[in-house]
Design a binder for this molecule. Sequence first.
Ligand code: PHE
Length: 361
Amino acid sequence: MNELNKIEEFIIEQLEKADSEYLIEKIRVYALGKKGKITQIMRSLSGMSIDERKSFGKEINNLKSKISELINAKRLLIQSVDLEKKLKSESLDLTLPINLESNGNIHPVSQVFQEVSLIFSDMGFDIAEGPDIEDDWHNFTALNIPPEHPARQMHDTFYIKKENDFDSETAEVLRTHTSPVQVRTMLQTKPPINIIVPGRTYRSDSDQTHTPMFHQVEGLVIDEKSHMGHLKGCLVEFVKKFFNIEKINYRFRPSYFPFTEPSAEMDIGCVREGNKIELGGDKNWLEILGCGMVNPVVLENCGVDSRKYQGFAFGMGIDRIAMLKYGMSDLRSFFDSDLRWLKHFGFSQFDFPPDSRRRSF
Ligand code: PHE
């Protein structure tokens, strides 16, 4: 066996044994490095005759490329084995830690907002939002409530900023309902429109079922064909899903809102005894929302062609339906920040429904 065969055999043997990139690199330096075995033999070619150089040179070149191929192959093998090992031994926990001992929980209003948003999202509604501080025009005038309109009195409005400028269109108010987001949406989006607007609303009012800050969900559907039947179907479907009851007592009463024509209010049957309120029966009725077909005047105020488009709207009291669903009798306690109340009526993070579709206007 000539010297080249011996070197080849030795290197191959070492490569087979090698089980780390470090050893592979050592073998590479031993064979092909500047002072490596094969490199040295190549250098010795210069002292040979031309014929010797021709035959031996070919042999040594073949060996050189064979060895470097073997080294590369073994290196790749070791790298993939290493990676495999690493993947098996290392793991990354992407979940956020939850402190189960924590005292914090979800307020019923947040919970109900999320439940409501999810039900309407499933029906194809988008979630829209608008500012809490509104100007007079969006909150009233555009909604067909001109400055001298008696409906303004019903709203017990909190006016801010300009004290003696109540009826100017630039006066600012804390929005008395979520309906101004109807206006904002119609001004910015072309029909068809399908939105709900969960948000805070404000009126100067306080008793068992009223607080100065409360919550509403507005709904708006504008297209070419929607009618009162769709409005009713949509709301009844919502109420059944929300309360999780197939048979629910409800009634639609004729009503009046300047921005809808015709208008109605929806009540839910309940039993109210002393400090308790329970869903069901028809002994008492709790008004939960106002609704109707969008008044063509409002469509025109918002740049929507009322000869082509029509639709319905509703505005629902979130706190009211939360009280009914979870048996809370006094709305004022929602906002007392009494930890005992919050602990009793609050929800665990695990009960929070997943997210829905949301955009801002
Ligand atoms: N904005 C009305 C209210 O707050 C409710 C409503 C909304 C009625 C949409 C009709 C249509 O009382």
